[in-house]
Design a protein around this ligand. Structure first.
Ligand code: NAG
Ligand code: NAG
Ligand code: NAG
Length: 245
Protein backbone atom coordinates (compact mmCIF):
# COMPACT_ATOMS: atom_id res chain seq x y z
CA UNK A 1 0.00 0.00 0.00
CA UNK A 2 1.40 3.37 -1.09
CA UNK A 3 1.94 5.60 1.89
CA UNK A 4 1.60 9.40 1.66
CA UNK A 5 4.60 11.52 2.83
CA UNK A 6 2.49 12.74 5.71
CA UNK A 7 1.90 9.20 6.77
CA UNK A 8 5.63 8.41 6.55
CA UNK A 9 6.46 11.43 8.70
CA UNK A 10 3.85 10.37 11.18
CA UNK A 11 5.50 6.99 11.37
CA UNK A 12 9.05 8.19 12.05
CA UNK A 13 8.80 11.60 13.69
CA UNK A 14 7.44 12.11 17.15
CA UNK A 15 4.17 13.88 17.37
CA UNK A 16 4.29 17.58 16.51
CA UNK A 17 1.33 19.87 16.62
CA UNK A 18 0.37 21.32 13.23
CA UNK A 19 -1.22 24.72 13.31
CA UNK A 20 -3.77 25.96 10.89
CA UNK A 21 -1.70 28.96 9.72
CA UNK A 22 1.22 26.64 8.88
CA UNK A 23 -0.98 24.55 6.71
CA UNK A 24 -2.33 27.49 4.76
CA UNK A 25 0.85 29.56 4.49
CA UNK A 26 1.94 30.41 0.93
CA UNK A 27 5.05 28.43 0.07
CA UNK A 28 6.45 31.20 -2.24
CA UNK A 29 5.29 34.74 -2.98
CA UNK A 30 2.82 34.63 -5.75
CA UNK A 31 4.26 36.08 -9.04
CA UNK A 32 3.05 39.58 -9.92
CA UNK A 33 0.26 39.68 -12.38
CA UNK A 34 1.47 40.47 -15.90
CA UNK A 35 -0.18 43.92 -16.08
CA UNK A 36 1.48 45.09 -12.85
CA UNK A 37 4.92 44.02 -14.07
CA UNK A 38 4.33 45.92 -17.30
CA UNK A 39 3.31 49.01 -15.33
CA UNK A 40 6.42 48.82 -13.15
CA UNK A 41 8.66 48.53 -16.21
CA UNK A 42 6.85 51.43 -17.88
CA UNK A 43 7.22 53.64 -14.78
CA UNK A 44 10.93 52.93 -14.52
CA UNK A 45 11.47 53.68 -18.20
CA UNK A 46 9.46 56.87 -17.87
CA UNK A 47 11.52 57.93 -14.85
CA UNK A 48 14.79 57.45 -16.76
CA UNK A 49 13.39 59.21 -19.80
CA UNK A 50 12.36 62.22 -17.70
CA UNK A 51 15.73 62.32 -15.92
CA UNK A 52 17.53 62.03 -19.26
CA UNK A 53 15.42 64.78 -20.74
CA UNK A 54 16.03 67.11 -17.78
CA UNK A 55 19.76 66.44 -18.00
CA UNK A 56 19.88 67.09 -21.74
CA UNK A 57 17.75 70.22 -21.43
CA UNK A 58 19.95 71.69 -18.69
CA UNK A 59 23.04 70.82 -20.71
CA UNK A 60 21.65 72.60 -23.76
CA UNK A 61 20.61 75.62 -21.72
CA UNK A 62 24.09 75.77 -20.22
CA UNK A 63 25.72 75.49 -23.65
CA UNK A 64 23.42 78.22 -24.91
CA UNK A 65 24.28 80.51 -21.98
CA UNK A 66 27.98 79.92 -22.50
CA UNK A 67 28.14 79.96 -26.28
CA UNK A 68 25.28 81.98 -27.73
CA UNK A 69 26.88 84.79 -29.66
CA UNK A 70 26.36 88.41 -28.75
CA UNK A 71 26.67 90.66 -31.72
CA UNK A 72 29.77 92.86 -32.01
CA UNK A 73 29.84 96.51 -31.04
CA UNK A 74 31.09 99.17 -33.39
CA UNK A 75 32.04 102.79 -32.68
CA UNK A 76 33.44 105.55 -34.80
CA UNK A 77 36.22 106.61 -32.47
CA UNK A 78 37.76 109.37 -34.54
CA UNK A 79 37.54 110.89 -37.97
CA UNK A 80 39.28 113.56 -39.97
CA UNK A 81 38.44 115.37 -43.13
CA UNK A 82 40.42 117.73 -45.29
CA UNK A 83 38.79 120.83 -46.79
CA UNK A 84 36.35 119.84 -49.50
CA UNK A 85 37.26 120.97 -53.01
CA UNK A 86 34.56 121.42 -55.62
CA UNK A 87 34.32 121.69 -59.35
CA UNK A 88 31.01 122.38 -61.11
CA UNK A 89 29.64 118.86 -60.54
CA UNK A 90 32.27 117.01 -58.51
CA UNK A 91 33.68 117.03 -55.00
CA UNK A 92 36.88 115.71 -53.48
CA UNK A 93 38.32 115.48 -49.97
CA UNK A 94 40.57 113.30 -47.93
CA UNK A 95 38.74 111.44 -45.22
CA UNK A 96 40.05 109.01 -42.63
CA UNK A 97 37.74 107.20 -40.26
CA UNK A 98 38.81 105.11 -37.29
CA UNK A 99 36.45 102.47 -35.94
CA UNK A 100 36.65 100.33 -32.84
CA UNK A 101 35.17 96.92 -33.34
CA UNK A 102 34.55 94.88 -30.18
CA UNK A 103 33.77 91.20 -29.86
CA UNK A 104 31.84 91.05 -26.57
CA UNK A 105 31.87 87.23 -26.39
CA UNK A 106 33.82 85.50 -23.63
CA UNK A 107 33.92 82.13 -25.38
CA UNK A 108 33.64 82.85 -29.09
CA UNK A 109 36.06 84.04 -31.70
CA UNK A 110 34.45 86.35 -34.27
CA UNK A 111 35.25 85.84 -37.94
CA UNK A 112 34.46 88.72 -40.28
CA UNK A 113 34.52 88.34 -43.99
CA UNK A 114 35.85 91.16 -46.11
CA UNK A 115 34.10 94.32 -44.95
CA UNK A 116 32.76 96.89 -47.28
CA UNK A 117 32.71 100.35 -45.71
CA UNK A 118 30.88 103.11 -47.57
CA UNK A 119 30.72 106.82 -46.92
CA UNK A 120 27.50 108.56 -47.91
CA UNK A 121 26.41 112.15 -48.06
CA UNK A 122 23.74 111.94 -45.40
CA UNK A 123 20.98 114.25 -46.57
CA UNK A 124 20.80 112.62 -50.01
CA UNK A 125 22.18 109.14 -49.19
CA UNK A 126 24.61 109.52 -52.08
CA UNK A 127 27.69 107.29 -51.96
CA UNK A 128 30.95 109.22 -51.92
CA UNK A 129 33.53 106.47 -51.41
CA UNK A 130 34.15 102.84 -50.52
CA UNK A 131 36.80 101.06 -48.55
CA UNK A 132 37.47 97.34 -48.37
CA UNK A 133 38.71 95.97 -45.11
CA UNK A 134 40.36 92.53 -45.41
CA UNK A 135 38.87 89.66 -43.36
CA UNK A 136 39.39 89.85 -39.60
CA UNK A 137 39.68 87.07 -37.03
CA UNK A 138 38.90 88.57 -33.67
CA UNK A 139 39.72 86.67 -30.46
CA UNK A 140 37.38 86.34 -27.48
CA UNK A 141 36.76 89.74 -25.89
CA UNK A 142 38.95 91.24 -28.62
CA UNK A 143 39.01 94.84 -29.72
CA UNK A 144 40.20 95.82 -33.17
CA UNK A 145 40.92 99.29 -34.50
CA UNK A 146 40.00 99.71 -38.14
CA UNK A 147 41.35 102.53 -40.27
CA UNK A 148 39.31 103.30 -43.33
CA UNK A 149 40.53 105.60 -46.06
CA UNK A 150 37.27 107.01 -47.29
CA UNK A 151 38.79 109.80 -49.37
CA UNK A 152 36.89 110.77 -52.46
CA UNK A 153 38.35 112.61 -55.38
CA UNK A 154 36.58 114.15 -58.32
CA UNK A 155 33.48 112.07 -57.71
CA UNK A 156 30.73 113.25 -60.03
CA UNK A 157 27.65 114.15 -57.97
CA UNK A 158 25.83 116.44 -60.35
CA UNK A 159 25.33 120.18 -59.97
CA UNK A 160 22.41 119.94 -57.54
CA UNK A 161 24.26 117.77 -55.07
CA UNK A 162 27.36 119.94 -55.22
CA UNK A 163 25.40 123.07 -54.39
CA UNK A 164 23.63 121.25 -51.51
CA UNK A 165 27.03 120.22 -50.11
CA UNK A 166 28.40 123.73 -50.50
CA UNK A 167 25.42 125.12 -48.61
CA UNK A 168 26.02 122.66 -45.77
CA UNK A 169 29.67 123.73 -45.58
CA UNK A 170 28.71 127.40 -45.58
CA UNK A 171 26.38 126.68 -42.64
CA UNK A 172 29.40 125.14 -40.91
CA UNK A 173 28.81 121.41 -40.90
CA UNK A 174 28.71 118.44 -43.20
CA UNK A 175 26.64 115.41 -42.19
CA UNK A 176 27.81 112.03 -43.41
CA UNK A 177 26.67 108.47 -42.88
CA UNK A 178 28.70 105.28 -42.90
CA UNK A 179 27.37 101.92 -43.93
CA UNK A 180 29.21 98.68 -43.41
CA UNK A 181 28.47 95.32 -44.84
CA UNK A 182 30.11 92.02 -44.01
CA UNK A 183 29.44 88.36 -43.32
CA UNK A 184 30.13 87.19 -39.80
CA UNK A 185 30.29 83.89 -37.95
CA UNK A 186 31.49 82.79 -34.54
CA UNK A 187 33.73 79.91 -33.59
CA UNK A 188 34.68 77.97 -30.50
CA UNK A 189 37.18 75.25 -31.31
CA UNK A 190 35.56 73.12 -33.97
CA UNK A 191 32.10 74.43 -33.27
CA UNK A 192 30.98 77.21 -35.61
CA UNK A 193 27.78 79.19 -35.95
CA UNK A 194 26.26 79.65 -39.34
CA UNK A 195 27.20 82.72 -41.34
CA UNK A 196 25.12 85.83 -40.97
CA UNK A 197 25.12 89.12 -42.77
CA UNK A 198 26.35 91.96 -40.65
CA UNK A 199 25.08 95.38 -41.55
CA UNK A 200 26.20 98.42 -39.64
CA UNK A 201 24.83 101.87 -39.95
CA UNK A 202 26.59 104.85 -38.42
CA UNK A 203 24.42 107.93 -38.79
CA UNK A 204 25.46 111.40 -37.76
CA UNK A 205 29.14 111.31 -38.64
CA UNK A 206 29.33 115.10 -38.84
CA UNK A 207 32.20 117.46 -39.38
CA UNK A 208 32.27 121.09 -38.36
CA UNK A 209 33.97 123.51 -40.72
CA UNK A 210 35.05 126.92 -39.44
CA UNK A 211 36.10 127.98 -42.91
CA UNK A 212 35.88 126.29 -46.27
CA UNK A 213 39.66 126.04 -46.54
CA UNK A 214 40.23 124.48 -43.08
CA UNK A 215 39.98 120.81 -42.19
CA UNK A 216 36.76 119.54 -40.68
CA UNK A 217 36.42 118.80 -36.97
CA UNK A 218 34.73 115.54 -36.04
CA UNK A 219 31.70 116.56 -33.98
CA UNK A 220 30.59 113.30 -32.39
CA UNK A 221 33.44 111.04 -31.37
CA UNK A 222 32.56 107.61 -30.01
CA UNK A 223 29.47 107.65 -32.12
CA UNK A 224 27.91 104.23 -31.78
CA UNK A 225 26.83 102.37 -34.89
CA UNK A 226 23.74 100.24 -35.16
CA UNK A 227 24.39 96.66 -36.09
CA UNK A 228 21.94 94.31 -37.67
CA UNK A 229 22.24 90.62 -38.37
CA UNK A 230 20.45 88.55 -40.93
CA UNK A 231 20.78 84.91 -41.80
CA UNK A 232 22.66 84.18 -44.97
CA UNK A 233 21.62 81.59 -47.47
CA UNK A 234 24.39 79.60 -49.03
CA UNK A 235 23.59 80.48 -52.64
CA UNK A 236 23.71 84.14 -51.65
CA UNK A 237 27.27 83.74 -50.35
CA UNK A 238 28.23 82.05 -53.57
CA UNK A 239 26.75 84.88 -55.60
CA UNK A 240 28.64 87.37 -53.41
CA UNK A 241 31.89 85.56 -54.08
CA UNK A 242 31.16 85.48 -57.79
CA UNK A 243 30.39 89.19 -57.76
CA UNK A 244 33.63 89.90 -55.92
CA UNK A 245 35.67 87.76 -58.32
C1 NAG B 1 44.63 110.34 -43.64
O1 NAG B 1 45.65 109.40 -43.32
C2 NAG B 1 46.83 109.55 -44.11
C3 NAG B 1 47.79 108.48 -43.72
O2 NAG B 1 47.32 107.67 -42.73
C4 NAG B 1 47.42 110.93 -43.90
O3 NAG B 1 48.53 111.09 -44.72
C5 NAG B 1 46.39 111.99 -44.24
O4 NAG B 1 46.89 113.26 -43.94
C6 NAG B 1 45.12 111.75 -43.44
N1 NAG B 1 44.12 112.70 -43.87
C7 NAG B 1 43.40 113.42 -43.04
C8 NAG B 1 42.41 114.33 -43.61
O5 NAG B 1 43.54 113.30 -41.83
C1 NAG C 1 43.18 107.00 -49.86
O1 NAG C 1 42.44 106.73 -51.04
C2 NAG C 1 42.66 107.64 -52.09
C3 NAG C 1 41.72 107.33 -53.23
O2 NAG C 1 40.89 106.28 -52.95
C4 NAG C 1 44.10 107.58 -52.52
O3 NAG C 1 44.34 108.50 -53.54
C5 NAG C 1 44.99 107.88 -51.33
O4 NAG C 1 46.35 107.75 -51.67
C6 NAG C 1 44.67 106.97 -50.17
N1 NAG C 1 45.42 107.41 -48.99
C7 NAG C 1 46.10 106.57 -48.26
C8 NAG C 1 46.81 107.15 -47.09
O5 NAG C 1 46.14 105.37 -48.51
C1 NAG D 1 40.99 130.57 -46.47
O1 NAG D 1 39.73 131.24 -46.62
C2 NAG D 1 39.72 132.55 -46.12
C3 NAG D 1 38.32 133.09 -46.31
O2 NAG D 1 37.37 132.08 -46.33
C4 NAG D 1 40.73 133.39 -46.94
O3 NAG D 1 40.77 134.67 -46.40
C5 NAG D 1 42.09 132.74 -46.82
O4 NAG D 1 43.03 133.43 -47.66
C6 NAG D 1 42.04 131.29 -47.27
N1 NAG D 1 43.30 130.68 -47.06
C7 NAG D 1 43.87 129.87 -47.96
C8 NAG D 1 45.22 129.29 -47.58
O5 NAG D 1 43.34 129.59 -49.00
Amino acid sequence: MASSPAAARDATAPFQPVYLHQLYRDPAPEPLPFVRREMLFFCRTLKWCVLGFIFLASFLVLMWIIFHPSFPLLNVSSASMSPVAFTASAASAECNITFILTNPNHHLTALYDRMEISLLYASQQVPLSNFHQPPIVQPKRGQTTLQANLSFSGIDLGGGMVSAMKQDLDRGSLGLTIKIFSVIKFRNGKWKTKSRYMRAYCPGVSFGFVSSNKSGIFLNPYQECQLLAEDVKLHEIESLIIEDG
